[in-house]
Write a protein that binds this ligand. Structure first.
Ligand code: SF4
Length: 365
């Protein structure tokens, strides 16, 4: 069953670590973008009814209620099995939750990133731990208990004690899903630029090193497991039954269609991506031009490895995989990066830590 992704690339601030094509934009652009997005959805010819919807960005929790309703109205298949909205803590009110529920939202993903005041202050985030606790209480009060919390391991100034403080908040709040991202230097973020080119404004001089970030990640794996929140994908952890149904489609290569700036789509045979920024997307739409930035054939056998191996239960290999990737597989088994488990092959704990290098073996082979 297929999924739908909707991009809302508007934010109240630009976080220092963020490398997405999102940020603070004018209200005029937001209005024109909403028109383009609604029209793109209306023009889509549905070959299937989606079972999951995911509103990401950006900060879709900042969407006006009527905009959200008109966007979701164009998606068939309601009520969806899972419909997620990404939310910035500090923006959730009873009125908003009521609007979300009326539009079909049943899961909320909170971009918390950290519960530590000093870390949050340096990223440009405006919330604190108390805000998150209050808003999770509100969501539960209004019947939304399927909640994810995003955390970043490796923020400027982070040390083990601070990282454990964030994990202690997870224990206190008991969300059924947690995503843990290890910070990666990227020239598209202001912090990444500062790390690469020097400067002191965003905390580049105060970054934990790679070994410390790996250690924070391992601590999270252990602590979350103790809470019954098990790792099922490299960056994703869930209580039984709360794995993200939408995101699973990416890793099991089921089809999905994306709408809005920078949205990706996959129809089982081809992958394509919309033009990256809200400004370009809106301009192209209103000029009657194509919204696509690129389109290419999928490479199923390679993708089976570099997408499927992200899942902790791994993948099943067939004869053709051994014919194509035999030497790479033997090398990775010998290095202790992958292992057999039942009839499947999966990353080892060591392989998870260098997963990008493992995946390269299947891109280059
Ligand atoms: S991290 Fe999220 S809220 Fe911050 S700028 Fe990026 S998309 Fe916006």
């Amino acid at each position: 069953m297929a999924g739908v992704y909707i991009s809302w690339p508007f934010c109240a601030q630009k976080c220092t670590f963020c490398n997405f094509a999102s940020g603070v934009q004018t209200r005029d652009l937001e209005v024109l973008y909403a028109l383009a997005l609604t029209a793109e959805i209306a023009a889509h010819e549905w070959a299937w009814n989606p079972e999951t919807v995911y509103l990401g960005g950006g900060t879709p929790s900042s969407m006006r209620g009527e905009t959200l309703a008109s966007v979701l109205m164009g998606i068939p298949g309601s009520p969806w099995r899972e419909a997620t909205i990404e939310a910035a803590p500090g923006t959730i009110t009873p009125e908003k939750i009521a609007e979300w529920k009326a539009a079909g939202i049943n899961r909320v993903s909170l971009g918390v990133q950290s519960f530590v005041k000093s870390e949050l202050a340096r990223t440009g985030r405006r919330h604190d731990a108390g805000t998150v606790e209050r808003e999770i209480g509100l969501l539960r009060e209004f019947g939304i208990s399927n909640i994810n919390i995003d955390l970043i391991a490796g923020l400027p100034g982070q040390n083990e004690a601070a990282w454990r403080e964030s994990l202690a908040w997870i224990k206190r709040l008991q969300p059924p899903h947690v995503s843990v991202y290890m910070f990666e230097v990227d020239e598209d973020s202001r912090l990444g630029q500062e790390i690469l080119n020097g400067g002191v404004r965003y905390g580049a001089a105060d970054m934990p090193d790679d070994a410390a970030i790996a250690c924070f990640y391992e601590i999270a794996v252990d602590e979350l497991a103790r809470l019954g929140i098990a790792r099922y994908e490299i960056s994703n952890f869930a209580s039984a039954g709360f794995e993200s149904q939408h995101n699973m489609k990416y890793w099991t290569r089921e089809p999905y269609v994306g709408f809005g700036a920078d949205a990706h789509s996959f129809d089982g045979a081809r992958r394509w991506q919309n033009i990256e920024t809200a400004r370009q997307y809106t301009a192209r739409f209103h000029a009657g031009e194509s919204l696509r930035a690129n389109c290419e054939d999928a490479v199923p056998q390679e993708e089976k490895f570099f997408v499927g191996l992200r899942l902790m239960n791994g993948i099943e290999l067939d004869e053709s995989d051994w014919v194509r990737f035999g030497p790479a597989l033997d090398r990775l088994f010998d290095l202790g990066m992958i292992e057999k488990c039942g009839g499947r092959v999966r990353l080892t704990a060591r392989g998870v830590m260098v997963s990008n290098e493992v995946f390269e073996e299947f891109i280059a082979a």
